[in-house]
Ligand binder design. Structure first.
Ligand SMILES: Cc1cc2nc3c(=O)[nH]c(=O)nc-3n(C[C@H](O)[C@H](O)[C@H](O)COP(=O)(O)OP(=O)(O)OC[C@H]3O[C@@H](n4cnc5c(N)ncnc54)[C@H](O)[C@@H]3O)c2cc1C
Length: 431
């Protein structure tokens, strides 16, 4: 990833174009001390800063650009309950005790998001219109059925919709059915991020923008972080850099695979075109291996996203594929203007689950949301705050695991591209 590419990928972002005015946080310009230093101003770092400051812990947050510049200000804004893996798999992986806690944390993550928005009066077009996962083929529908059964057994208010009910909610008959989860919803992600930043600052956190942390090392029993303009000495450090993890901790960067996701959005659609689409503010992500996610924003623009690629030409091709896919779903959009296109990096993990690591005493990190971090990164930030405030690992609702590098990480680009091409074939041929 290069900063130039990343700036280019933001230039035509729907969220930058429609964001409410937000505070620009000044660069760090002195040598500061704090109980906790946070690197990264996305949902993970901002939620951690807010929760720590509310506990009266002194906290400094350092963001390379401005809060929300990473994935948090670029995503689809879908507030999705749960993780990529189903509850039974999570209980198998972590055991019934910790697995149950992780499931409950992920299930309640949307509540946390909407409660924070209410509590701190964050204006971000929040709507709790539910989340629908429509099935594109029979295998996808069977997976949805099993998922619904597992979730219902754990008290989740989800239901399996048949083909007609799915078509009625989405306004397209392209799917065979799907799981409706009323706990989900949507936000303007950049406004949510800048709103969290403002709330954290009001609670007493010291936030600094344009302050890339260039080095991180031990200092006595704590840590010393240096930026171009100053330093922070802190007892504990939270690394919240997810898909934008750089060379600060190379092992951490090699524990995830950063892949690009891209989105395109129409101009605001006339009511006549969108009356039947995505009723009640519904957000949707389908069951394809290379899934597409789509919803209407507050002004009635359709935004649709999916897997991107590396390189300008490949990104343009991915955006064109999304526009074509949107027309297959909603043929009435033929002729509408596509006003925005943008993208960013998500962090994938080998087990498709987020990770919480503590690579050294007092150095804690949470990352790897596999493209599902609006709710989960907010929840992870709260867990990181609890750990930094002194909770024991056994008392957290997410397990602290050893940091493991992805094998052959240097070959990630060609490997990911090959897997993506294979998935595209399987999605097309349905096996
Ligand atoms: C295009 C796209 C669409 C998505 N859609 C959805 C969706 O609809 N729903 C959903 O749930 N999830 C979605 N996601 C995923 C979600 O956005 C992320 O999981 C979430 O935002 C991660 O938040 P974060 O705070 O961990 O990381 P980020 O928001 O990426 O923040 C990391 C920050 O760290 C900073 N940083 C890195 N290195 C340094 C350093 N050395 N010094 C200082 N700062 C540093 C970066 O500048 C960056 O701002 C999407 C992601 C993308 C890219």
């Amino acid at each position: 990833m290069t900063i130039r590419n990343e700036l280019a990928s933001l230039a035509n972002s729907l969220w930058t174009a429609t964001a409410r005015p937000a505070e620009d946080f000044p660069p760090l310009g002195l040598d500061a001390t704090a109980d906790v230093a946070i690197v990264g101003g996305g949902f993970t770092g901002l939620s951690a800063a807010l929760h720590l400051a509310e506990r009266g812990v002194s906290v400094v947050l350092l963001e390379a650009e401005q809060p929300g510049w990473g994935a948090s200000g670029r995503n689809g804004g879908q507030v999705i309950p749960g993780l990529k893996e189903d509850p039974e798999a999570i209980e198998r992986i972590y055991g019934p005790g910790m697995g149950g806690r992780v499931n409950r944390l992920a299930a309640a993550a949307p509540d946390l998001v909407f409660d924070l928005i209410d509590k701190h009066a964050i204006a971000c077009d929040a709507v709790r219109g539910g989340w629908l996962q429509p099935a594109h083929d029979a295998a996808g529908l069977r997976t949805q059925q099993a998922r619904v059964e597992q979730l219902q057994a754990r008290g989740a208010p989800v239901e399996l919709l048949d083909r007609a009910a799915t078509a009625q909610r989405l306004g397209t008959s392209s799917y065979l059915g799907g799981m409706l989860d009323p706990r989900g919803g949507a936000v303007h992600p950049l406004d949510y991020a800048t709103g969290l930043a403002a709330a954290a600052a009001r609670a007493g956190a010291r936030l600094h923008g344009n302050s890339p942390v260039r080095s991180l090392g031990r200092s006595g029993s704590g840590w010393l972080l240096r930026t171009a303009g100053g330093s922070v000495t802190a007892g504990k450090v939270l690394l919240c850099t997810n898909g934008y993890t750089d060379g600060l901790l190379p092992r951490l960067a090699r524990s995830v695979i950063a892949v690009r996701s891209v989105q395109v959005a129409t101009e605001p659609l006339p009511q006549t075109l969108r009356a039947d689409m995505l009723r009640g503010g519904l957000a949707a992500s389908d069951t394809r291996r290379l899934l597409v996610y789509f919803r209407l924003d507050a002004a009635g623009r359709l935004l649709i996203g999916g897997r991107g690629a590396q390189g300008e030409k490949a990104i343009e091709a991915a955006q064109e594929r999304l526009r074509r896919r949107a027309l297959q779903l909603y043929p009435q959009l033929a002729g509408v203007r596509w006003a925005h296109h943008w993208g960013g990096y998500v962090a994938l993990t080998e087990d498709h689950l987020p990770h919480l690591h503590e690579p050294q005493p007092g150095l804690v990190t949470g990352l790897g949301y596999n493209g599902r971090g609006v709710a989960m990164a907010t929840a992870m930030g709260k867990v990181l705050a609890e750990r930094a405030a002194g909770a024991e690992p056994a008392d957290l609702d997410f397990p602290v695991t050893g940091l493991r590098e992805v094998p052959f990480h240097a070959l990630r680009r060609p490997i990911v591209a090959t897997i993506a091409a294979w998935y595209a074939v399987r999605d097309r041929l349905g096996f």
